[in-house]
Design a protein around this ligand. Sequence first.
Ligand SMILES: Cc1cc2nc3c(=O)[nH]c(=O)nc-3n(C[C@H](O)[C@H](O)[C@H](O)COP(=O)(O)O)c2cc1C
Length: 186
Amino acid sequence: MKVLLVVAHPRQESLTHAVMKRFVAGLQQNHHEVDILDLHKDGFNPVYSVEDERDWNSPNKQYAPEIRAEMDRVAAADALVFVFPLWWYSVPSMLKGYLDKVWNIGLLQEFPSKTVQWLVLAGGDQEHLLKYGYEPMITHYLNVAIAGYARLLESKVEFFYDTLSKSNEYITGLLDHAYELGQAYR
Ligand SMILES: Cc1cc2nc3c(=O)[nH]c(=O)nc-3n(C[C@H](O)[C@H](O)[C@H](O)COP(=O)(O)O)c2cc1C
């Protein structure tokens, strides 16, 4: 399977990047082909300009070359994976900018054959995310409001909780889980 993996975190030594690398190692172990888009390192500009918005709902819209190139990467993939930290119980603005600019009417006919997996790193523990209804809110937002609206074939959300833990053992467990998820990826 050809997987387009999009990572959104400004710090290369972040846990988000470590989780992403372990997940990719698992994918490669399972002989999947991976195309990595590191939004910060690769200099993606998330600001939605006047030109980006103009004719946004027209099938004849002319996209900027850099957006067209990202749309082509999505079209070439069988599956999409997003790895990011939970910021204000939402996606980081960099990732939101990517979705605003790249997931658009020009890609609508590509989505029904593709799957998406969201790997979400949360500072809070699961009890906290459930207590305030954040976990179902975020899951619904990603699976229904984004992937469902775009008509993707399947959407799954995986949370990595308690990411600020000082326990090396716990963090190693998160990284091992990322590897296993990549290895089991279908
Ligand atoms: C701007 C900002 C907003 C955050 N908002 C949340 C939040 O809403 N819920 C949460 O559980 N953690 C939140 N956190 C904590 C991050 O999720 C946490 O720092 C991250 O998962 C740790 O992994 P990292 O080393 O990859 O950043 C926030 C952190 C930052 C910097």
